[in-house]
Design a protein around this ligand. Structure first.
Ligand SMILES: Cc1cc2nc3c(=O)[nH]c(=O)nc-3n(C[C@H](O)[C@H](O)[C@H](O)COP(=O)(O)O)c2cc1C
Ligand code: SF4
Length: 427
């Protein structure tokens, strides 16, 4: 096991309870941070190299520095706990097992951003975690970490938990903001970006659960020490939720220096492929990112070892690489049918499209129908080209990246597994 910064206390009995968490050193980052100037915390997060853990990997400190500060206008931090990307369940694990880590990170981050009212927007299906978070918030309030004049610094902060109603699109930050405002979760056209006009048209930062939690160790060990963990622009640790045909599905914290092969076969992580089957393919970063066949998963196209980090997983672009994304690592063994699997994903994206833009609204439905034709033995050779054409017309032509997320799995399946589509052609 590599360095553990987020899950290091996970095996401590009752760590979800305030007293235990505090006895283990919890909330010390708040004591430290509230003695600093907010801009110094932003600078520290910048120096740490932390990148957003929600999927896109945008540098967190830079995002924080973009927040507008018009005088007299409140600013907001919103924590994205929607976690609806198939294959991704790391935020659930973190919130359920060590909720105070998120609350601690939110207090420090709210102070850095000047947010007196901070929200956690959580997917509706995580109903039981709402209770866990509300319990943690209430304990933090009772001990003076939240509320008015925190630690006598004059900083006030309240955190509210808002449940979504089960729409994948509400994980997209502007749809999330609309939903939080009580409206249908339709993504907004950007610009304006949330940092300028977000929740209630006020400057807003939306960050993923894991991103916010990572602020705690950054303050505790310092940005310099944090930036030395990992490699290149993949600093710190990353939570990976591993699932599919592996012996040990679960949530693992990695320091991004481990090779993909070791991650799959090491007994500390996935523990190898179930029933000693052969590995066929893997979607390394949540359902939206391109699938990689086994031969491109462990090594790049030019023969270099592939590692579990942002740069290495994306090496080769989409032609021969993929993305670290949200860290939802889905492993497929030799028995899995890529066409069926791609159909399942296409069906999901069609269902979740909000319908605002025609390439996404119509294209996702067409892709689903064509994929179903293949499964029913009714696919034709020109359907493969048609499928390719449709996905290419969606990508980059929509209001939000759900369109891309729907197009990429189809493109990668055709790129790497065209023969499986051809094998299904009977007419
Ligand atoms: C369709 C769609 C769904 C998304 N779902 C999530 C999600 O469940 N959780 C999340 O943190 N980010 C999600 N994102 C990314 C957010 O829009 C946003 O980039 C992220 O919350 C920013 O946080 P970060 O910088 O800490 O990663 C989604 C994006 C899209 C396009
Ligand atoms: S890309 Fe799809 S989900 Fe996103 S705004 Fe357009 S129709 Fe809605």
């Amino acid at each position: 096991m590599g360095v553990q910064l987020l899950l290091d206390k996970i095996s401590v009995k009752d760590i979800q309870l305030y007293d235990v968490y505090r006895a283990e050193g919890g909330y010390s980052s708040v004591e430290k941070a509230l003695k600093l100037k907010p801009e110094d915390i932003v600078e520290e997060v910048k120096k740490s190299g932390l990148r957003g853990r929600g999927g896109a990997g945008f540098p967190t400190g830079m995002k924080w520095s973009f927040i507008a500060k018009p005088s007299g206008v409140p600013r907001h931090l919103v924590c994205n706990a929607d976690e609806s990307e198939p294959g991704t369940f790391k935020d659930r694990f973190l919130m359920e097992k060590i909720p105070h880590l998120l609350i601690e990170g939110l207090i420090v981050s709210s102070f850095a951003l000047g947010s007196n009212t901070t929200y956690i927007y959580i997917r509706g299906e995580y109903a039981w975690i709402v209770d866990i978070l509300e319990q943690a918030i209430s304990e933090a309030e009772q001990h003076g970490w939240l509320g008015k004049n925190i630690l006598g610094t004059g900083f006030d902060c309240n955190i509210y938990v808002q449940r979504g109603a089960g729409a994948y699109i509400c994980g997209e930050e502007t749809a999330l903001i609309e939903s939080l405002e009580g409206k249908r979760g339709n993504p907004r056209i950007k610009p304006p970006f949330p940092a300028v006009e977000g929740l209630w048209r006020r400057p807003t930062v939306v960050n993923n659960v894991e991103t916010i939690a990572a602020v705690v160790p950054i303050i505790n060990i310092g940005a310099e020490a944090y930036s030395k963990i990992g490699v290149g622009r993949s600093t710190g640790t990353k939570l990976i939720s591993a699932c599919g045909n592996i012996n040990k599905p679960g949530v693992y914290e990695i320091d991004m220096t481990i090779s993909v092969e070791d991650f799959v076969y090491s007994k500390d992580y996935c523990g190898g492929i179930k029933n000693n089957k052969k590995l066929k393919a893997c979607i390394p970063g949540g359902s939206s990112v391109p699938i990689l066949p086994a031969n491109l998963l462990f090594n790049t196209a030019d023969g270099k070892t592939r590692y579990m980090n942002y740069e290495s997983l994306s090496e080769g672009g989409f032609a021969t690489g993929s993305m670290l994304g949200s860290g939802g690592f889905i492993v497929l063994d030799e028995d899995q049918c890529i066409v069926k699997h791609t159909y399942t994903l296409a069906r999901f994206y069609r269902h979740e499209s909000c319908g605002q833009c025609s390439p996404c609204r119509e294209g996702t439905g067409w892709m689903e129908k064509i994929l179903l034709k293949f499964l029913n033995g009714e696919g034709r050779h020109n359907d493969i080209d048609l499928l390719w054409e449709i996905q290419s017309k969606i990508e980059g032509n929509t209001i939000c990246p759900l369109g891309d997320a729907a197009a990429w799995p189809v493109a990668a399946a055709i790129r790497h597994f065209r023969h499986e589509f051809e094998q299904k052609i009977k007419i």
